[in-house]
Design a protein around this ligand. Structure first.
Ligand code: GLN
Ligand code: ZN
Length: 756
């Protein structure tokens, strides 16, 4: 069997693209220099795949920011406000990605959303009434030719018309149906052009097909491809799906003129049975996603080869592929100098997965797996016991009972008590936790990490940052303060380092959005808290001021969702283990006199299953209790906050309310306040702080803007329940814009408050 890759990480093994882009944004390098970095990365990635014998290598999986944004630009979906800036092509693109504030104007960034059930974020295309979709750019063609010039035939990857239309936002009166004709023509033109270039295969990504589809959706999909595929000429078209199975449209996919069909056999629970029940045509190639593009564990060869044999019974032509783009795993294990060798043997990152594809490809060609040393080695890894179990932890989870998930007093009564306890003004102002991580802050951490300074010196500096931060917030007039989170670079890693069972990497970065990368820890064994984690920082901060300072923790669901999970126990078991550890920390904070504790569940929505049917059974039924587990033991007057990013939780507002927090803050400015209507409708009980400005862009919101936003919110939210805060933490921002923005935030809150 031949091998294929759906997409490869693009930021580079040492995040070269990130650093070059950021230099470009700061005006430190030219566009040409940025292009050079990009080109050399593409080259490296293609050659790497080629040297690992990959038969179907992707191109145009590279992006300066995001593939969906690339697609929008390719289809000419650049809204007028960005064109009007009069910037060149590249800077117009970055204006859409990041917003622009300068001589040429002031525009906000595109909305950003989570890419299905991953921690990757895409830019939401905006289809305004005035937009004329047509093939405009040349990126896929340029990159295809670039690879070809290196002697590498690639399959250009583009987002499919169905997914594009499904994920786009319609600002005017036109809907997806109104764009069908234009979009078909544009994709036809793409195929013509590829045909002209002699491209052999194109990969059209249609992950939206794994969602629950309505009759109308299926009709739209069929209409689009009946038309588009008429223009393929000599280009072979692979329709690539991932993140689930295509149970709602499998038969339609088969009946269309695709040459290759890419299916996910790992997350697609029904993929194998779809195949069994409906077969697979002999004149098409099945790209079987069996190498996990989302997790870092080595592939179990025996299991995978058995699966491939099963697949071969249904399909004549099979290519071994990744389950999704490798974008969601780190680049390579090779730069991990601190992991012990025997730990490393369990892992495969993107580069190592190429090797797995190659080995599987060779073994399937031969048929006699057992003759291969690689097979033998792999068997040994999976058959031997690794030491990672903790009996006590397992017993604690087993012993959990209903009372561990419930606070003593109900929320309404707590609210009254807390209003008296804290005596805050109406519309209290606060922030989400982190303040800018300046060079000084980062340097302190890196000096400590490198062993140049001891823990005491390190903490002394952290305390100094905290003090400065508290004074700044008092000056700004914020009501509920934070300590600034200077002791952590990452909200999961910091906790994981104080929990047994986690493993950390040095360079295992994964792109989260644009130039932002995260370095998820690996859950390797049973989890428990080793020592108090945040207590002395929080206590120090609270000692500096009369105003309440929030204790700041990361919740169990987020820790789980932002880590690479084990594959040998259930998610529920892992999350309860973490929940107990966080509960220990919550109790210690309370004991130390911290009266408000925020437990961030930034990533709660992230792993909500794509199909509604699975929401409760597979996720919410343990995710919501896991949060409650953390705070069930605190006193009624202790106020529990939580925070969620990129929430879009309209459909699960009741479940969010059931987390039984006292206050929740969440992202609201980029998703343009949609959720507030849902809160109103559900009689949401938790007090809320919908973010009043977008912190993902350096743009400073004006007092007027925030005032208007608050007034709008007050139309739907009880004034006794509304909090005023930014969208998310401020750690990625600079100090000047942070100060200016928060000053405006406080002014706006005061202005609105005085009218109430
Ligand atoms: N408390 C964290 C911070 O302020 C929350 C970050 C997040 O939601 N991603 O940075
Ligand atoms: Zn957030």
């Amino acid at each position: 069997m031949k091998s294929a890759v759906i997409g490869f990480p693009r930021v580079g093994k040492l995040r070269e693209l990130k650093f070059a882009s950021e230099k470009y944004f700061r005006g430190e390098i030219t566009k040409e220099e940025l292009d050079e970095t990009a080109e050399s990365l593409r080259k490296e990635h293609w050659q790497l795949q080629k040297s690992n014998g990959i038969h179907y290598i992707p191109s145009n999986d590279f992006s300066f920011y995001d593939g969906m944004l690339d697609m929008a630009v390719l289809l000419n979906a650049v809204p007028e406000e960005y064109r009007k800036l009069g910037l060149d092509e590249q800077d117009t693109y970055f204006a859409m990605a990041r917003g622009y504030q300068g001589e040429k104007g002031d525009v906000k960034a595109f909305t950003m959303k989570k890419w299905f059930n991953t921690n990757y974020h895409y830019m939401v295309p905006e289809l305004n009434d005035g937009i004329q979709l047509k093939l405009f750019g040349s990126k896929p063609f340029d990159e295809y030719e670039e690879a070809k010039a290196l002697g590498i035939e690639t399959k250009p990857v583009i987002i499919g018309a169905f997914t594009f239309l499904k994920l786009a936002k319609y600002n005017g009166s036109r809907t997806a149906a109104d764009f069908v004709e234009q979009v078909v023509k544009a994709y036809e033109d793409i195929l013509y052009k590829l045909n002209e270039l002699g491209t052999k295969w194109v990969q059209i990504d249609e992950p939206a097909l794994v969602m629950d589809l309505s009759e109308e959706d299926i009709k739209l999909f069929v209409t689009l491809y009946e038309a588009i595929l008429r223009s393929k000429n000599n280009v072979k078209v692979l329709i690539q799906t991932y993140f689930g199975d295509v149970r709602d449209c499998y038969r339609q996919i088969l009946s269309l003129e695709f040459d290759g069909i890419g299916l996910d056999f790992l997350e697609g629970k029904k993929t194998a049975s779809l195949l069994k029940e409906n077969g697979f045509p002999d004149n098409k190639i099945l790209f079987a996603g069996v190498i996990n593009g989302k997790n870092i564990w080595k592939c179990d060869y025996k299991k995978t080869l058995d699966l491939l044999l099963e697949i071969r019974k249904q399909a004549e032509h099979v290519v071994i592929s990744t389950s999704c783009s490798l974008l969601h795993v780190p680049y390579t294990l090779e730069n991990e100098t601190k992991l012990e060798a025997d730990v490393k043997t369990y892992f495969a990152f993107a580069k190592e997965k190429l090797r797995e594809l190659q080995e599987l490809s060779i073994m399937t060609e031969s048929g006699d797996f057992e003759a291969f040393a690689e097979y033998d080695n792999n068997r040994q890894i999976f058959e031997s016991e690794r030491s990672y179990k903790d009996k006590e932890v397992q017993a604690n989870v087993m012993a959990l009972s209903e009372g561990d998930f419930r606070r003593e007093m109900n929320r309404k009564e707590r609210e009254e008590l807390q209003k008296k306890e804290f005596a805050l003004p109406l519309l209290p102002t606060t922030t989400i936790g982190s303040f800018p991580q300046t060079q000084k802050v980062k340097k302190n951490r890196s000096s400590y990490r490198k062993g140049k300074i001891d823990k005491e010196t390190y903490d002394r500096k952290v305390f100094a940052f905290i003090e400065e931060c508290i004074r700044k917030q008092e000056e700004l007039g914020l009501d509920v303060l934070v300590h600034g989170e200077y002791e952590r670079n990452d909200m999961v890693e910091f906790f994981g380092e104080n929990l047994a069972g986690f493993i950390f990497t040095e360079k295992a970065w994964v792109q989260s959005y644009g130039t932002r990368c995260v370095k998820p820890p690996i859950i390797f064994g049973d989890i428990k808290r080793i020592r108090p984690i945040t207590v002395h920082y929080s206590v120090y901060a609270q000692g500096l001021t009369k105003r309440p300072v929030k204790g700041m923790l990361t919740g169990p669901v987020t820790i789980l969702n932002w880590s690479f999970p084990r594959e040998d126990i259930s998610l529920q078991e892992m999350v309860y283990q973490i929940g107990i550890a966080i509960r220990d920390e919550v109790c210690d904070l309370e004991k130390a006199g911290i009266r408000i504790i925020q437990i961030d569940e930034a990533a709660l929505k992230e792993k909500l299953p794509i199909r509604k049917n699975d929401w409760y059974r597979e996720y919410l039924d343990w995710a919501i209790p896991a949060f409650r587990l953390c705070h069930s033991r605190v006193k009624p007057e202790t106020q529990i906050h939580t925070h969620m990013c990129y929430s879009e939780f309209e459909e699960i507002v009741t479940d969010i309310d059931n987390m039984d927090a006292d206050v929740i803050s969440f992202e609201a400015s980029r998703s343009r306040l949609d959720i507030i209507n849902a809160l109103k409708k559900s009689n949401f009980e938790t007090e809320v702080g919908p973010g009043v400005y977008d912190i993902h862009s350096p743009r400073i919101p004006t007092v007027d803007e925030i005032t208007q936003t608050l007034e709008k919110m007050l139309e739907k939210i009880d004034k006794n329940k509304l909090w005023v805060n930014p969208d998310c933490g401020l750690k990625t921002r600079g100090i000047p814009e942070t100060k200016a923005s928060l000053k405006n935030l406080v002014k706006a809150a005061e202005a609105v408050r005085s009218q109430l």
